[in-house]
Design a protein around this ligand. Structure first.
Ligand SMILES: [Fe+2]
Ligand SMILES: [Fe+2]
Length: 173
């Protein structure tokens, strides 16, 4: 493994953020479990897929660090929120998680800018774009759940949620 060439602040921000991505993965998995227990199978699959994507995000950062000589330390994760009173609470929680994640991504980018760390800046461009998409589906999710006013429209939404909120991977593929 090469000697680390990362500016210290970029390194600490990337380590913080990759652990944050892992906690987002746990958060989405918990939301998936809640939805599955409510027989909202479409939502359960949707959030399970988001959990996988968040792990992939952590993986991108881990790979970047390994390529630059750092074996990032994984931290213990706090238990994710798993109690929700309604599907709307789940949707709002997802939106709040994505908004917080955008702040974290921006903080990494700002550290990379300040340190003139060009490779980390380019890495973060991908994440900045990704967060635009993540916040877009989260806002649409909140709107659609708010608009589903009866049990019938909720189950209709459950049936189509994966297609309606198709993430970046599906749009590209
Ligand atoms: Fe992420
Ligand atoms: Fe996300």
């Amino acid at each position: 493994m090469p000697k680390s060439l990362l500016p210290p602040k970029v390194l600490s921000e990337l380590k913080r953020q990759l652990n944050h991505e892992l906690s987002a993965a746990q958060g989405y998995l918990a939301m998936s479990v809640w939805c599955a227990a409510q027989n909202q199978k479409g939502f359960a699959r949707f959030f399970a897929k988001q959990a996988g994507e968040e792990r992939e995000h952590a993986g991108k950062m881990i790979n970047h660090l390994v390529d630059r000589g750092v074996a990032a330390k994984l931290e213990a994760q706090p238990a994710p929120r798993q109690d929700f009173a309604s599907l709307l609470e789940v949707a709002l929680h997802a939106q709040a998680m994505e908004q917080a994640n955008t702040q974290g991504i921006n903080a990494v980018f700002e550290a990379a800018l300040a340190a003139k760390d060009y490779p980390a800046q380019v890495l973060m461009h991908w994440f900045i774009n990704e967060q635009v998409e993540e916040e877009a589906w989260a806002a649409e999710l909140v709107d659609r759940v708010k608009g589903a006013s009866c049990a019938g429209s909720v189950s209709d939404l459950d049936r189509h949620v994966e297609k309606l909120l198709a993430g970046d991977g599906e749009k590209e593929g």
